[in-house]
Write a protein that binds this ligand. Sequence first.
Ligand SMILES: O=C(O)CCC(=O)C(=O)O
Ligand SMILES: [Fe+2]
Length: 338
Amino acid sequence: MDTLDNMFVSNWSNVHFSVPPSYVQPIENRPGKVISSSSKAIPVIDFGAHDHDDIAKQILKASEEFGFFQVINHGVSKDLMDEAVNIFKEFHAMPPKEKVNECSRDPNGRCKFYTSSENYKKDAVQNWKDTLTHSCPPSEQVIEYWPQKPPKYREIVRKYTQELGTLGFKILELLCEGLGLNQEYFCGELTENPALIVHHYPPCPNPSLTLGVVKHRDPSIITILLQDEKVHGLQVFKDGEWIVVEPIPNAFVVNIGLLLQIISNGRLIGAEHRVVTNSSTSRTSVAYFIYPSCESIIEPSNNMVNENDAPRYKSMTFGEFRRNFFNKGANIEAELLY
Ligand SMILES: O=C(O)CCC(=O)C(=O)O
Ligand SMILES: [Fe+2]
């Protein structure tokens, strides 16, 4: 194998029959007992229902209790979702050299193909996955840096990310309604810089030792995730237990990011979650992260603060937040709190 094959887990995992030591999680992090009973299930919200106020209420409740919900009848066509998943699977199936080449045009370094995590060298234990990431419109310029292979990549992903942008605004507008924020609260720089993160988790010879992604909160406003229809993997941490996010065909999984937890002054939960591996089937997931511009100020909104509810989080730019997030990882909360 050449050195690039050795680097990416998708390329060497099929010739390894055991888990290399650098991927073995410490006992306390290993996937253990999980809950999949319906009383603890992540709420499923039907956007096709007619009672608009009721949809806004359901979203607010799910975001306060779980920080996670799934949406069905969301308006993004099944054909486009299928085309997007297929093109991302095709991308991940290309030889490693091509994947790296296709992600080498971006002078800002935002279009990348990497293994484990963006912090690979700092990770104490590696994640069992390879990942493609890049910025998304509204800035049209970013498309010039996207992969050109597979040949229809740009055409399909442009359509997909535009639709996800629209869906994102719809969700944020409904949340604004629930929280009593101005409908346009998220229309400007707070949502200016979305990114796509496409993970590929190959089968793992011993899933009880590894994780696809370790426990974390997303550093986003919200994240809209398309998960493989048939393959379990995503789990949410609630009240000391891990809950499975059941794959539902044609649904999106939506989660509140840490930034919206701050803006809502802790009323909405940027819940912790992780991804487990399995030994038989590879899994692809497509996360659309709604990010602000670097200069945006992230702080509790004035509407969420009063004499009884003082601001719980410090004010900082998104640029500062991101630096803290990458340096402190899981310990970031201490940095954010007053
Ligand atoms: O693959 C998944 O289901 C979730 C990935 C994730 O949590 C992330 O990209 O932040
Ligand atoms: Fe995440």
